[in-house]
Design a protein around this ligand. Structure first.
Ligand code: ADP
Length: 544
């Protein structure tokens, strides 16, 4: 017997056309370089994305050809998300926080033919221009200034193109639409290539009520860069539902984001924990200096992920009626693989249990299989205690890397992705990340979780940020070193650190041998190219 269902491929083109037909009047708000706001309608987005597709085809873009973007979060970047695939191309988002050397290498590895770049990022492009020759460099005049000679003007290109002039290439749902490189914290960056199918399935899972719970009346603020795992897929979801988007451009300082939230209050915002840590500190500080200047939008939901989300942060936002939902994933997993939400079994749980769960990575989302494998390659029991590497499998999980052989350190023989993250899983399927394999601290043969120590330290009211790294030790092989950033005016004297934090950590259940041997007070925790704590840089500084 055969199914009677139509064989229609899942396609981003469908979402683009649907948005044009159904949501023409809905808004996409962008923050300009001068911080003023400009509003486009979905009708503009539809026309301009099609014009981009038409222009790219006229330039000679062929099916599967890569078009790189080097851009902040704004309306033109959203046009690339749909216009490039509409022309049959693959959008390759370049991470503007990487070094020029890495960018040049990545553009070469991806064999990018064209580049669409913000005028304000041309100085960065020029630093790697010699490493990779794009056939055309198309400049989006984000600043409003005229596009310098020698480049193609994005606006002129669109103005000259016929929005009905492109041909939707015939495609299979497995055809590629976008690619993104991993940040390369462990070796060279690797290319992950998303398909129509993986992108749409991931977007549908993300829209579910226990995830983003996206609905037509939402106003979405993606602080997560559009060059980082496709801003976690939320731009695709916004277009699918015609949801109002607020795109912050390069203005990501806490003060700027708080100002933006007063002007266009979002109902859903997405970003890494460091962004939200900065936001709550700025907000709390302003309540002393300028009470009433800022208010968080009441009832706002916030999906936070990309690094562990401390319970103290979730509680701090809850006091402002803002609800943080934690997700775990990686570029390779599109990225949403687990989400912490309130399972039915926990309906009657008290606040403490609820917050404890929210501070976990969460439960596997539909379509994603998760297993925890111990060092001997056996399945670890779901008892919340046994640790092992998380391995995942599913229709929006990468099964290989661009141009690389499938290697056993990244994929298992039976086809699961090895994430390199260490975790436990409990009887309800809640994953708790204890570390990245390379960040775990091995002391006297026992593992110490740097994430657990950091979360406990960040629960101290004077601590703004904490990052724990391993330092070599002749006796124990490794011992924990805690780097602490204090809130302004709340520093604790170096001589008092151990006496302050030791009892706090012991009270939270840490054994004596798990306590940091050393504390260092620093001004700020260095960040990676995706805005997370950079333990690599801390190790360079403190491990000699
Ligand atoms: P990178 O961190 O290398 O830039 P990704 O953005 O793909 O690359 O990040 C994936 C990694 O981020 C995961 O493997 C994991 O270590 C970390 N991560 C993501 N979400 C969480 C979370 N909720 N808790 C702890 N770690 C997380």
């Amino acid at each position: 017997m055969q199914s009677t269902m139509m064989d229609v491929p899942l396609s981003l083109n469908h979402l683009l056309e649907r948005a044009g037909r159904l949501f023409g009047a809905n808004e996409i708000v962008t923050r300009r370089l001068d911080k003023s706001l400009v509003t486009h309608r979905y009708a503009d987005f539809h026309r301009r994305s099609r014009a981009l597709a038409s222009a790219l085809q006229r330039l000679g873009l062929g099916k599967g050809d890569r078009v790189a973007t080097l851009s902040w979060n704004h309306h033109a970047h959203l046009e690339c998300y749909f216009g490039i695939p509409a022309a049959g191309g693959v959008m390759h988002t370049l991470n503007l926080r990487l070094s020029p050397d890495e960018l040049g290498w990545i553009a070469g590895d991806a064999e990018d033919r064209y580049l669409i770049v913000d005028d304000v990022l041309l100085p960065l492009y020029e630093k790697f221009a010699a490493m990779h020759r794009f056939e055309k460099v198309i400049v989006f005049p984000y600043s409003g200034a005229p596009v310098p000679a020698g480049y193609v003007d994005y606006e002129q290109l669109l103005a000259d193109a016929d929005p009905d002039g492109h041909v939707y290439a015939d495609h299979d749902e497995h055809d590629p639409v976008a690619m993104c490189y991993t940040s390369g914290t462990t070796g060279r960056s690797k290319g992950v290539v998303y398909s129509h199918r993986s992108t749409i399935l991931h977007m549908l899972v993300g829209c579910m009520p226990d995830c983003w719970g996206l609905k037509a009346t939402d106003v979405v603020l993606p602080v997560t860069p559009m060059f980082h795992a496709n801003s976690w897929g939320v731009p695709y979801a916004a277009v699918a539902l015609g949801v109002k988007l607020v795109l912050p451009g390069p203005h990501l300082h806490p003060e700027d984001l708080l100002d933006l939230m007063q002007e266009v209050p979002p109902t859903l915002a997405l970003g890494v924990p460091t962004i939200w840590m900065g936001l709550i500190q700025a907000l709390d500080a302003s309540q002393q200096t300028r009470p009433g200047r800022w208010k968080l939008p009441p009832g706002m939901r916030s999906l936070v992920g990309g690094a562990a989300v401390p319970e103290s942060l979730i509680r701090a936002f809850a006091k402002h009626d803002v609800w943080i939902l934690q997700g775990w994933g990686m570029t390779e997993t599109s990225p949403l693989a687990t989400v912490s939400y309130q399972r039915n079994e926990l309906r009657d749980a008290g606040d403490d249990e609820r917050f404890r769960r929210l501070a976990m990575a969460g439960v596997p989302v539909p379509l994603v299989d998760v297993r925890i494998r111990d060092v001997d390659g056996r399945d670890a029991p779901w008892d919340g205690e046994a640790m092992g590497e998380i391995q995942v499998r599913g229709p929006f999980i990468t099964g290989s890397y661009h141009r690389l052989p499938v290697s056993p350190d990244k994929f298992t023989d039976d086809g699961w992705l090895r994430t390199g993250d260490v975790a436990t899983m409990d009887e309800l399927g809640f994953v708790r990340i204890t570390d990245r394999t390379k960040d775990l601290i091995k002391s006297g043969g026992e593992w110490i979780s740097s994430v657990d120590l950091e979360n406990a330290l960040m629960a101290h009211p004077a601590v703004a940020e904490a990052a724990v790294i391993a330092i070599p030790d002749p006796k124990w092989s490794e011992r924990p070193l805690a780097c602490v950033v204090f809130k302004p005016g709340q520093a604790i004297a170096a001589s008092e650190l151990e006496a302050t934090f030791g009892p706090l950590l012991t009270k939270q259940g840490f054994a004596k041998w798990q306590l940091p041997d050393r504390y260092e007070v620093i001004d700020a925790v260095p960040r990676t190219s995706t805005g997370k704590f950079s333990k690599l840089k801390l190790r360079e500084r403190f491990v000699r």
